[in-house]
Design a protein around this ligand. Sequence first.
Ligand code: FAD
Length: 295
Amino acid sequence: MLIKDIFLSKTPVISFEIFPPKREYPIETVYETIESLNKLKPDFISVTYGAGGSSRDRTVEIASTIKNKYGIEALAHLTCLSSSKEDIQTILMELRQNQVENILALRGDIPSEGLKGEPYFNFAKELVSFIKSEGGFCIGAAAYPEGHVECASLDKDIQYLQEKVQCGVDFLITQLFFDNKRFYEYKDKLVQKGINVPVMAGIMPVLNKNQIKKMVSLSGASLPNNIIRILDKYEHSPEALREAGIAYATEQIIDLLSWGADGIHIYTMNKPDVADTILNNLSQIRSVLTKENHC
Ligand code: FAD
């Protein structure tokens, strides 16, 4: 099923993000994660591509397993900056052969050692246009409520986002954020610009101080004082930090759902127990929203 059609039949859409294990780990480790996430009945599961050093060639295989073994919709991430036109054509063919119909079209980060030669695709919007021209896929793209780290201003970034969406984007998923106000102001700006595709709020539970600090420095997302206090207070007690991180993410999601967010995308970090606790905290809320869908 195309994810854009899920949005037509229900909101909020709930999804999880996982990453492929590194080459030195057996692929089965991620299948245990999917097995557990499957019990939570997400609307789709996305699989990253080459992010955080994970293996690229496993993305198609894992997305295919999500779709064909577990019967859950799969969203395959795909970056283009270091790929040729032929590389992308090959991956699109493999996705098609495996009945994976949804792609998150991304540029990818500029490597710290710089680019080797002139890229064929310079920006995600070029990948979006290319996939669109090949036909048959539902296309998602990344959005940044606090602006992309390389862009001079949020308004400029939204202007580029508008161009990307016009190339054929069906829905957006945001980078992690910890202050919902940023998301609401961003959504207002998108609507003013005529960007009306569904926008899923990307939520990452804070479970590890160093990991969050790294994510924040890479992404440019801001850390509000209440998160800094939690990280400082409980950094040496993983269980306490887990409890606080889950409570914070749950509160963020309840507020987003009450506000009317189109969807919630949980960055699970391959920890299904965390996603499980968060969704259990929301069981009655989700059932009210499901009933509203049927009215
Ligand atoms: P683009 O939309 O191309 O934007 C990149 C930059 O270029 C921005 O600063 C933008 O403002 C600017 N820009 C856009 N168009 C123009 C233009 N015409 N002229 C000048 N500047 C322009 N990375 C991975 O490697 N693997 C993953 O699986 C992955 N998954 C992600 C999932 C989500 C939900 C998000 C939010 C990010 C993910 N990333 C992933 C990170 C992403 O690849 C980086 O943030 C990357 O730096 C930008 O990708 P993009 O697709 O947003 O690029």
